[in-house]
Design a protein around this ligand. Sequence first.
Ligand SMILES: *C/C=C(C)/C=C/C=C(C)/C=C/C1=C(C)CCCC1(C)C
Length: 244
Amino acid sequence: MATPGSESIWLWLGTAGMTLGTLYFVARGWGVEDAEQQRFYIITIFITAIASAAYFAMATGFGLTQVTVNGQVLDIYWGRYADWLFTTPLLLLDLALLARASKNTIYTLVGLDVLMIGTGVIGALAASSAFVRIVWWAISTVFLLFLLYFLLRALSEAAERQTPEVRKLTTTLRNMLVVLWLAYPVVWILGTEGTIGIIPLYWETAAFMVLDLTAKVGFGFVLLRSHSILEAATQSTGAAPTAD
Ligand SMILES: *C/C=C(C)/C=C/C=C(C)/C=C/C1=C(C)CCCC1(C)C
């Protein structure tokens, strides 16, 4: 067990941001009657609610541990991975449902995602050597690249079936996801976890907080911004909905 240092300010900000995001999405979804549209609200609300609990836990010292690698003591917030294990599949589900991706696509994306987070947490906690940690990072990053490949393929297939406004929304969310998710392994390797220590824990915590808020609250805000687009996305426009 360890106690959070000055970086806890960012964890408290993360807690506040995720909580406000959750409340906003609840208010926004209030009164939405259509079951298919409700699904986007439910998923998005749970994403920020889970993250809010995880941030509160980390800010109060739960989910923080120390790993000694070659005599060097690293402060590791493993609480993040517990959060990401659930929230990243839900983010993918939001986007996959918007694109009416097939069940097999969804299973593939979730499977790769779980592998990515699972191998990432091993890398974060591995004490054997810096080299072994970086190998786990590389394995996790390969899963991320496969995930993005399958996601982009599924979304471009979906584009042909979508109305222009739904396609535009999907493209915006896709671009956000690709850019933000690719930043995570960069922060990790340059931060405490990578043992090189280019980014100190204080700034690493800030960077993850900004990424998390943008990838969850920002993403949800864009997704749920327009009731009419969600309506168009859930109305079958001749194409068979395959996600059910
Ligand atoms: C809301 C949280 C999100 C969107 C988190 C996304 C996290 C990742 C894409 C993490 C990826 C990682 C690697 C590709 C390698 C190193 C370990 C991770 C887990 C940071």
